[in-house]
Design a protein around this ligand. Structure first.
Ligand code: GDD
Ligand code: MG
Length: 349
């Protein structure tokens, strides 16, 4: 396979993931201890992609500082920063002069398995201007609905369909192979979306837009609950305890994997960690506290006898002693759950 360039779209503000995205842009939220975007790039590299452009806008510095030129991940990485959001297609349109043939575009907030070589082969066999990866879901409403004919040619693209009955259950997985012609007619430097502008226009003009039906794991991190699920799935493949440098676990603590600890964590006497659990660097779980099916970022402190279940706690969160967080609690960076929550809803300050 000729090596392909890939554009990863990471310019969204991640509003639905608030409060987590106040302090870290969505691509940098940790999944099983490493930024989501690192997992995405690694998977591309595994499938033979060697050149990646990150199309970004919101909080670009943190991303650039972490990934640099991409050499540590075995790829050549470059950055295209939008001053104001250009939309998914507008962001790619400005890169067009640097592409000389087919290229990949993907949403940067998704972990999935795709046989990219097979996808690209199909795209060329069909002679399409665009090939969209699709998969089936129960409820298409949060996605782009992609209706195809018996040959797999796309006949309709409907972003976030509102009302059932839906004509089909196949949706946009967020990865495309495109020819430059799919975008060359789009004006430069205007806000354009693949989902609501480009794909519907290509279809209206009877351009050949094809689909590639994929199966296997697929997860986006649109919301805190899907973010938690993504972590649980990523850890589900592991067993037992993996612990970073300088972390200490008291001999009386109960640890049931999968549990992933960063560096310099402290798990005190009689504490319980019941996996899947991820703790970032410098977390402290105090005496008798319990953490279960949760993701804690860096420097989180869980006070004595506090309970944390099905929760996502961002950097520096403090859970006061004795607090039982309602399951599903999500706290942003630096927030603190007070003792007042012992009997009721989590309040935060
Ligand atoms: N560079 C850039 N500029 N990137 C952007 C912009 C922009 O103006 N707007 C959004 N993005 C990036 C986001 O950072 C994200 O990685 C990706 O484009 C998709 O945007 P989301 O805001 O996450 O869209 P969505 O999840 O509601 O829907 C999209 O993904 C679904 C699959 O998860 C659509 O593509 C749907 O059709 C699809 O089914
Ligand atoms: Mg998304």
């Amino acid at each position: 396979m000729k090596t392909l360039k890939a554009v990863i779209l990471v310019g969204g503000e991640g509003t639905r993931l608030r409060p987590l995205t106040y302090s870290r842009p969505k691509p940098m939220v940790p999944v099983a201890g490493r930024p989501l975007l690192e997992h995405v790039i690694e998977r591309l590299a595994r499938y033979g992609v060697r050149e990646v452009v990150l199309a970004l806008g919101y909080l670009p510095d943190a991303i650039r500082a972490y990934f640099g030129d991409g050499s540590s991940l075995g790829i050549a990485l470059s950055y295209e920063v939008e001053e104001k959001p250009l939309g998914t297609a507008g962001a790619v349109r400005r890169l067009l002069p640097s592409f000389d043939g087919s290229f990949l575009v993907l949403n940067g907030d998704i972990l999935m398995e795709v046989d990219i070589a097979a996808l690209v082969r199909r795209h060329h066999e069909k002679g399409a201007v665009a090939t969209l990866t699709i998969h089936e879901v129960e409820d298409p409403r949060p996605f782009g609905l992609v209706e195809v004919d018996e040959e797999g040619r796309v006949v309709r693209f409907l972003e976030k369909p509102k009302q059932p009955p839906f004509p089909c259950r196949t949706v946009n997985s967020g990865l495309y192979v495109l020819e430059p012609e799919a975008l060359s007619w789009v004006e430069e430097d205007v806000h354009r979306m693949f989902e609501t502008d480009v794909f519907p226009s290509l279809l209206a003009r009877r351009e050949k837009v094809c689909s590639y039906l994929r199966s296997g794991p697929w997860r986006d991190i649109g919301t805190p609950s899907s973010y938690l699920a993504m972590n649980m799935e990523a850890l589900g493949q592991e067993q037992g305890l993996r612990s970073g440098e300088g972390s200490r676990i008291h001999s009386s603590a109960e640890v049931k994997g999968p549990v992933l600890l960063g560096r310099g964590c402290r798990i005190e006497k009689d504490a319980t960690l019941r996996g899947p659990v991820v703790l970032g660097d410098g977390c402290i779980v105090e005496e008798g506290a319990r953490v279960e099916r949760s993701v804690l970022w860096e420097r989180v402190r869980v006070g004595r006898k506090a309970h944390v279940v099905d929760a996502v706690l961002a950097d520096g969160v403090v859970i006061e002693p004795g607090v039982a967080l309602p399951p599903g609690t999500v706290l942003g960076s630096g927030e603190s759950a007070l003792a007042a929550t012992k009997s009721g809803q989590a309040s935060s300050r």
